[in-house]
Design a protein around this ligand. Sequence first.
Ligand SMILES: CC/C=C\CC(=O)SCCNC(=O)CCNC(=O)[C@H](O)C(C)(C)COP(=O)(O)OP(=O)(O)OC[C@H]1O[C@@H](n2cnc3c(N)ncnc32)[C@H](O)[C@@H]1OP(=O)(O)O
Length: 732
Amino acid sequence: MSEVRSPVESDIMAHYSRAAGHIGLIRLANPPVNALSSAVRHDLCRALERASADTGAKAIVLCGENGLFCGGADILEFSKKTGGPALVPLINAIEAGEKPVVAAIEGVALGGGLEMALGCHYRIAHCQARLGLPEVMLGLLPGAGGTQRLPRLIGFPAALELITTGRHVSAEEALTLGLVDQVTDGDVQEAAVKFAQRVADEPLASRRLSTWKPPCPADLDTLLQGALGRLQSRARGALAPVACVHALQAATLPFAQGIEKEQELMATLFSSPQARAMQYCFFSQRIVGKWSLAGRANWKNTPVRTVHRAAVVGLGTMGRGITVTLVRAGIPTVAMEMDRGQLQAAQQAVTAMLEREATKQKRSLDSYLQLVQFTLERRHLQDVDLVIEAVYEDLALKKRLFSELCAVCRPDAILCTNTSGLDVDVIAGTTRRPEVVVGMHFFAPAHVMKLLEVVRGPRSSPVAVATVVHLGKLLGKVSVVVGNSPGFVGNRLLKPYMEQANFLLEEGATPEQVDGTLEEFGFAMGIFRMSDLSGLDVGWRVRRESGLTGPAVRPEESPRHRLGCRYCPLADLLCERGRLGQKTGQGWYLYEGPEGRKALPDPWLHGFLDEYRRQHALKPRRIDQQEVLERCLYALANEGFRVLEEGVAAGPEDIDTIYVLGYGWPAHMGGPMYHVATVGLSAVLTRLEHFHRAHPDVPQLQPSALLRHLVAQGSPPISKWRELVRVQRSQL
Ligand SMILES: CC/C=C\CC(=O)SCCNC(=O)CCNC(=O)[C@H](O)C(C)(C)COP(=O)(O)OP(=O)(O)OC[C@H]1O[C@@H](n2cnc3c(N)ncnc32)[C@H](O)[C@@H]1OP(=O)(O)O
């Protein structure tokens, strides 16, 4: 039975009223996204009863308040015991009703919201609306009839793609797919009321999707098997995409049996640790948006400057991707290079990328190209609101450039550096206006990856930070505000992770073994394959600059020790031999030619490792999967605790968001901090102590003070860490 609720009108979450021309109007009212909470479902049932009993209403329009139809089931309720009518019978009741129901979709119709619209007899969308079944992103499947009604309406191939990716589609695409009956650029409720008047007397039987026979392609089995294969290799070990395919397969059965199968699969997902992890990821991405800085500035009270015109300086791979991202968001952009040949190459590459974008968005290439001005001339930077520097990762070069930017740009222009780890404050120090300098760390490919590390230097102003975070949102990124520590958060944590992987090679493992274990855990790519892809020279350059390798190393120093700590020179040795990864056809793996993408085990590398171990009197041992995982992942999370105790990140959610969106950590495993919380902090502490005893010259294995503190506090749940680690001297 649903709970007893106040009868006060303003508390009602689904209002019934009468619109013009004998049309009943049901309006969902549960801000911010009209989620279908138990209270909404309760009120919706009552509103439906009123509408069907209203003899003056011939048809019904279902819409949402505040310019938004419905964001789906209330995710907050997933972890609670709630009452209220269940969604499946409610949607069945809408569909079985005697009066036509027209869904008036504006803003979004997502998840249960779209499933409810599929239970309606007609769907009208505003041209700006987005529709989708994103449950797979929450570790679930569309469990309110979505897997059964959608393929009946738009066919198996399209339904399979939408349900397994969770992709949102535009109203225009929805119309093409047959997901909606009409798109309007006017008032969608008015259009829906007019539509309802027109169809009020039409027969309803053929509008009930549950009665439709799904258009079953002859090769359905091949289609579904192919999808299973692709999904399993894309998100290894993830349960939800596989369950989505099985639920879709059940849409070939009579509707009631299909629904039964859908419910059965949903029940297994609903209580799964993977769903909990993915829902944690969803809320983490919202938490990181609510940043605050030392002092009182925060996301709510800090004004944002509008970026009318931006500039990208340096058009290598990153600069090109950033330019495309800005242009795609409709921001006029100056794209600058120092060298004519480089500029021409960049112009060609950016144009080709924009051409692909234009085809995808069904827009003209010109509409993009008119937003970008390619130039060699500094004077074109005079009137921009924000510059993103994306030159080579060389501190001296960046310092020179920033002092020039300071001279040429407007005094209020925000100056951003896309460094992946250099000191933002040192760069800011070369300008007369360090307060306008902020780090804007994009991830490659910049036009694809959703993560943006926004680096607040000690002198960056709150307005500059707020403007960059806001710009990130306009670019479709999730911005995480982090402090100015070497490597910031993402690359800083990568270091101990990578070091452990390298040490494991010294001790007897192979790149394939380490990568295989990490990929089985769920990473899209193991650490060695990832290094080969990014290029081994990237880290080599950083290590040479910091004196860990190269001419700065004193000849008497042991190759396996630096500053009293263990050091593994294997990656340096590969670079010295010209093995820089995929781009040279050889790295930790072998590739078929410089263009080859497939990483093949390399017998030469195995021999090289044997020889290296012999030279250094290292006796190889058998290393099991558990050790690989524990050493790599706990070392990474241990550094995460240090980042928290130093105030470089505000909470575990920030670190997890960075790892899931930027470093291929499987979302269904929540992120590194979520992972160690799930394993149990005290168990992780014990293992780190054990490893540190075995490797006392590896400081990254020494358990951090914060980890010890949390264990001493009785291992509070991860949701409490943010409060507990609030430090005196935040670097944010
Ligand atoms: C039987 C089960 C049947 C169905 C299963 C489902 O329906 S599962 C839910 C499927 N729906 C979704 O996955 C949609 C999730 N939401 C979004 O994608 C975005 O929030 C949305 C709707 C596109 C709006 O984006 P926007 O950037 O405008 O806002 P923001 O994301 O910051 O969200 C604003 C606040 O709303 C909260 N919220 C959003 N969706 C839900 C939801 N479905 N349930 C509960 N709460 C939701 C979000 O957390 C934000 O809250 P805040 O406290 O302000 O941080």
